[in-house]
Ligand binder design. Structure first.
Ligand code: G1P
Length: 267
């Protein structure tokens, strides 16, 4: 089955990026000359997505204005906006996309991370979904001291996959069952929606997608796919700096200047 619908939640408070996020959604921070959200939308377009459901919050106007100015019209993708009136958590944000998504499997992309690889990360997951026909999570190994920033999975592992047995949201380094993290790229089947509706608030008093996935495991296999490519956690300040630097360094127009400047720093 083809995946043609994607959901992008962009309604978070961006607390890791204060103070600029007091007035600008973190997803609108620029990398060179495009907001982070545009990189995520491009990943969707390059993976065959036709409809994007963007969940937007209190700073919705800047996002709507940007995407209404026809830059995506040349591509055959339609962006639909859905408002999340209160920041009740990622699980709640995803539940709001239910009507638009309907009964199809769909892609979910979070704005915290961008990837650099010739084969888009989302496409890598879709290819595995087409073989497995159940929910798929993008995963990667992180350092033990970093586990409390992620949903951490545990299960039977091969070089490329992990057959997930459990998932826990932001455990402490001591309690984490592994150091394999979910990286904000998912293919989910619509069975997730009724589960999300019954969830109570979890970690950080928010309705957590991770808790929904743990329940989904009771009725469906979930495969984690070790993603190929360079990953930048652009929701953190250092990840944003390094991501910007890497993209500028590989940019046709800025490569030489960036390289010369970095060399000069070490003289
Ligand atoms: C979210 C998810 C978490 C996942 C992470 C990936 O957390 O809740 O499970 O590992 O994205 O970026 P957030 O970064 O929104 O706090």
């Amino acid at each position: 089955m083809n995946i043609t619908k994607a959901m992008i939640p962009a309604a978070g408070l961006g607390t890791r990026f204060l103070p600029v996020t007091k007035s600008l959604p973190k997803e609108m921070l620029p990398i060179i000359d495009k907001p982070i959200l545009q990189y995520i939308v491009d990943e969707c377009i390059n993976s065959g997505i036709k409809d994007i459901y963007m969940i937007i919050g209190r700073d919705k106007d800047t996002i709507i204005k940007y995407f209404s100015s026809n830059i995506t019209k040349e591509h055959s993708v339609k962006i639909h906006f859905i408002e999340q009136k209160e920041p009740l958590g990622l699980g709640h944000a995803v539940s709001l996309g239910k009507e638009g998504i309907g009964k199809e499997p769909f892609a979910l992309l979070l704005g915290d991370e961008i990837f650099v690889h010739s084969n888009p990360i989302l496409k890598q997951l879709i290819d595995v979904f087409q073989i497995k026909n159940h929910s798929i999570l993008g995963v990667t190994k992180v350092k033990r001291e970093e586990v409390s920033a992620y949903g951490i999975v545990q299960g039977e592992k091969t070089d490329s996959f992990i057959n997930i047995k459990s998932i826990i949201e932001k455990p402490s380094p001591q309690e984490a069952p592994s150091t394999i993290a979910s990286i904000g790229r998912y293919i989910l089947t619509p069975e997730i929606f009724p589960i999300l509706e019954t969830l109570e608030a979890g970690y950080h008093n928010e309705i957590q997608l991770t808790d929904g996935l743990q329940k989904l495991l009771e009725i469906q296999n979930i495969t984690g796919v070790f993603i190929q490519g360079k990953r930048f956690d652009v929701g953190s300040k250092i990840g944003y700096i390094l991501g910007t630097l890497d993209i500028a360094y590989h940019h046709e127009k800025y490569h030489d200047d960036v390289k010369n400047y970095i060399q000069k720093l070490f003289l």
